[in-house]
Design a protein around this ligand. Structure first.
Ligand SMILES: [Zn+2]
Length: 78
């Protein structure tokens, strides 16, 4: 079974969301990364702060435990 993701989209929050990565709020009006994926046959959607998305990508394989990661500091150059 393969896991895959669609390319991420940059969206602007029209309402508050919860970040799939760190569990903190994505405020209304803020940019966030939206991605749809298939994990072992189940579709899921993720919404992440841009810095959380970057952090997740840097982990390499895209695996993470939802809502349990530390939110990276904003504005830190990758
Ligand atoms: Zn986050």
């Amino acid at each position: 079974m393969s896991n895959f993701y669609t390319p991420s989209e940059q969206r602007k929050a029209r309402q508050a969301h919860r970040c799939s990565y760190c569990g903190e709020t994505i405020n209304k009006g803020d940019a966030y990364d939206y991605q749809k994926g298939n994990w072992e046959g189940r579709w899921f959607e993720s919404k992440m702060h841009p810095e959380c998305f970057t952090d997740m990508c840097e982990q390499g394989d895209g695996e993470y435990t939802p809502y349990s990661n530390e939110r990276p500091e904003q504005g830190v150059a990758a």
